[in-house]
Design a protein around this ligand. Structure first.
Ligand SMILES: Nc1ncnc2c1ncn2[C@@H]1O[C@H](COP(=O)(O)OP(=O)(O)O)[C@@H](O)[C@H]1O
Ligand SMILES: O=C(O)[C@H](O)[C@@H](O)[C@H](O)[C@H](O)COP(=O)(O)O
Length: 172
């Protein structure tokens, strides 16, 4: 999760490969009208995102993805993350934290993407940091992709293998 340009697609794809898990690219589940809005530089509203989050929640339903799956999703507001947590208890979030200037530079440098650079400021205005929420790994998105993948894979393995990674009283 994180603002546009933080590396969700790049890091997510590399993580899925490293973990041997299926990858779902959240961008591909936006409604065509939402993609058109973003292309035109109009920010999405909560209403625009509701159906998108419902579609992503379906991907996260327990039983989907076997051992695990990687889903790339901006998940900017806490309420969006709560929607996804309802779908999959103990869902982990990797928050790729990046400042406005590098995010803007990355989005401007992307030639083949629908997301308008004019929307990057709005991404930061919408973002609610997840850092005080459970099962969140916060990483500096300026680090090299491979270093991020190694840390995410280690965090994921520790959560999967260690019984202390689940809340007390929950045998899952
Ligand atoms: N850790 C990184 N270091 C350097 N460049 C990166 C890193 N992560 C992503 N990028 C580059 O930044 C741009 C945006 O990355 P992308 O994965 O599309 O982000 P998002 O999916 O969050 O919008 C791409 O050109 C990508 O190659
Ligand atoms: O909720 C939103 O406003 C969008 O999900 C947005 O955060 C997302 O970033 C775009 O879909 C662009 O895609 P990238 O994040 O891949 O640039």
């Amino acid at each position: 999760m994180g603002v546009s340009g933080c590396g969700k697609s790049s890091v997510g794809a590399a993580c899925a490969q490293a973990l041997g898990w299926p990858l779902h690219e959240g961008d591909t589940y936006h409604a065509p009208q939402s993609v058109a809005k973003m292309r035109a530089g109009t920010p999405l509203t909560d209403a625009d995102r509701a159906g998108w989050l419902d579609r992503l929640a379906q991907l996260l339903a327990p039983g989907e993805g076997g051992e695990g799956l990687v889903l790339t999703c901006s998940a900017l507001r806490r309420s969006y993350r709560e929607r996804l947590r309802v779908a999959r208890p103990h869902l982990g979030f990797v928050y790729l934290s990046l400042g406005y200037e590098p995010a803007l530079a990355r989005v401007q440098a992307r030639a083949d993407h629908f997301f308008s650079p004019a929307l990057v400021a709005n991404q930061f205005a919408t973002l609610e940091s997840p850092q005080d929420e459970p099962l969140v790994l916060t990483l500096d998105a300026l680090r090299p992709v491979q270093a991020l993948v190694l840390e995410i894979a280690a965090w994921t393995s520790a959560r999967t293998l260690s019984p202390v990674a689940t809340p007390a009283g929950d045998a899952a």
